[in-house]
Design a protein around this ligand. Structure first.
Ligand SMILES: Cc1cc2nc3c(=O)[nH]c(=O)nc-3n(C[C@H](O)[C@H](O)[C@H](O)COP(=O)(O)OP(=O)(O)OC[C@H]3O[C@@H](n4cnc5c(N)ncnc54)[C@H](O)[C@@H]3O)c2cc1C
Length: 434
């Protein structure tokens, strides 16, 4: 069977009813307009609507079209940066709150799935990080001890001699398991969130691209005039939840975002005994490199294998080349998959920031949240809920809200990414020498 350039997760979706997305004109005015129907925007819209706020979600493509339906479905604790780096940068107190937020964000996803009855294969299957070098493995004990001491969160170290109980590969130097992390089917989760937001009273407009935003009125009576490809509306508040796909319509947010491509392949369904050999505990797995591979089984026993296979500029050939690179990487980890056919390949864009941290707050009076990098399944959901809370008058208890947020350097930021290949080369070098 040939490789299909298509997102495997989308194949598992039931078609959504036409009534879910009105073709009607936009309302003239609204309490809150949300730009972007991914985890963040939909979670915000669901919460706002449940709290009695009139809210619309404006989506340039279709609900979930962005990173939210394209990702690995790993629902992870912690943040992208290692804990010692975080503590050095921000201090113990605030990092404790950040770590607690990351644990809370998984509980938040789990609760939404349960309350809204979303059929998306959510499972607390745990995450396994595998060490690519002896030095990486040696650092695990200190890291686990620090996380236990500071956050009372347990991680389990797996020495190389026991690694076969966790993964059917002999190339790694050991591993570290976090039982709190989870996995899900992201396309079904985001479709479920969209349905939940709608049920709560939010209105979702697909194929409605926001082209320009301007502030209107005096300070006290300030409103946003939101121009879209399907007409205009005014909104009392605006949430920018457009992630890595943020456009020039909101330039102040766009300047902060570094868009990084990531690609995924999925094999044909594997025999049950082979799938069990490759991932006996059915974990979400990633390795310890900067240029990392992440992988997992799907519920129908495909190996889904992802990585930052290519940097910009993307060409027509990027997807095919990515599939080849990822297949080589996958067979390097699992020689057992040498003859397994690759059936799907797709790509998406991650939203990084210059300090590799998530951020939320207000820019130019607009609420925003961004910078979820590879932790957005849980984080984007949680930040969306928190932004909605702020609009409803909740106290600002987002530990990420007070940290500095500089623009991304020119050459790396959205719309001007010519220096990204250099950044890629730098991280490859780091992987060689550290
Ligand atoms: C390949 C890949 C693998 C990943 N794997 C994982 C993983 O395993 N675990 C994890 O936690 N995270 C992972 N991530 C990251 C995670 O998917 C994202 O952080 C998360 O989905 C971001 O959600 P969001 O709602 O902020 O943005 P998105 O889901 O990207 O949604 C933004 C939406 O805004 C819309 N939009 C943009 N501009 C406009 C405009 N002007 N007008 C109207 N609409 C607009 C876009 O069309 C898009 O649909 C991965 C990402 C990728 C790409």
């Amino acid at each position: 069977m040939p490789i299909i350039e298509k997102n495997y997760w989308l194949e598992t979706l039931a078609p959504s009813p036409a009534s879910a997305f009105p073709l009607a004109d936009l309302p003239g005015s609204i309490d809150v307009a949300v730009i972007g129907a991914g985890f963040c925007g939909l979670s915000a819209a669901r919460t706002l609507a449940k709290r009695g706020v009139k809210v619309v979600v404006l989506e340039a493509e279709t609900a979930g079209w962005g990173a939210s339906s394209r990702n690995g479905g790993m629902v992870l604790t912690g943040m992208k940066l290692p804990v010692p780096t975080l503590i050095r940068r921000y201090g113990r107190e605030i990092v404790r709150k950040m770590y607690a937020a990351s644990i809370d964000s998984i509980a938040c996803v789990e609760q939404i799935i349960r309350n809204e009855n979303i059929d998306c294969d959510f499972s607390r299957c745990g995450h396994l990080e595998v060490a690519c070098k002896q030095s990486h493995f040696d650092a695990y004990s200190d890291s686990a001890a620090l996380i236990k001491r500071e956050f009372d969160h347990e991680l389990r170290i797996i020495p190389k001699s026991e690694l076969r109980s966790e993964i059917g590969s002999d190339i790694y130097f050991g591993g570290m398991v976090d039982e709190t992390s989870a996995g899900l089917n992201p396309a079904r989760y985001v479709a479920g969130l969209a349905a939940a937001a709608r049920r709560a009273g939010a209105v979702l407009y697909q194929h409605t691209k926001v082209t320009f935003v301007e502030k209107e009125g005096s300070r006290a009576g300030r409103k946003f005039r939101v121009n879209t490809s399907r007409g205009n509306l005014t909104a009392r508040e605006l949430i920018v939840a457009s992630g890595a796909y943020t456009t020039a319509a909101t330039p102040a947010v766009r300047k902060k975002i570094i868009p990084i491509g990531s690609y995924i392949i999925a094999t044909e369904p594997l025999p049950a005994d082979l799938a069990c050999e490759l991932s006996p505990c059915n974990r979400m797995i990633s390795d310890s490199k900067h240029f990392l591979f992440y992988y997992r089984l799907t519920p129908d026993n495909r190996m889904l294998f992802g990585g930052r296979a290519a940097f910009f500029p993307e060409t027509e050939d990027t997807i095919r080349r990515s599939a080849e690179i990822l297949r080589r990487g996958m067979v390097g980890v699992f020689p057992q998959l040498h003859d397994a056919r690759i059936q799907y390949v797709w790509g998406g864009t991650l939203d990084f920031t210059w300090d590799v941290m998530p951020h939320a707050g207000k820019i130019d009076d607009m609420y925003y949240a961004a910078g979820f990098a590879g932790h957005g399944v849980a984080a984007a959901t949680w930040f969306g809920l928190k932004l909605a809370g702020l609009i409803c008058g909740d106290p600002n208890d987002i530990p990420f809200a007070g940290i500095d947020f500089s623009n991304a350097p020119i050459g790396l930021r959205s719309g001007h990414t010519w220096a990204l290949p250099l950044a890629g080369a730098w991280y490859r070098l780091l992987d060689l020498i550290t």
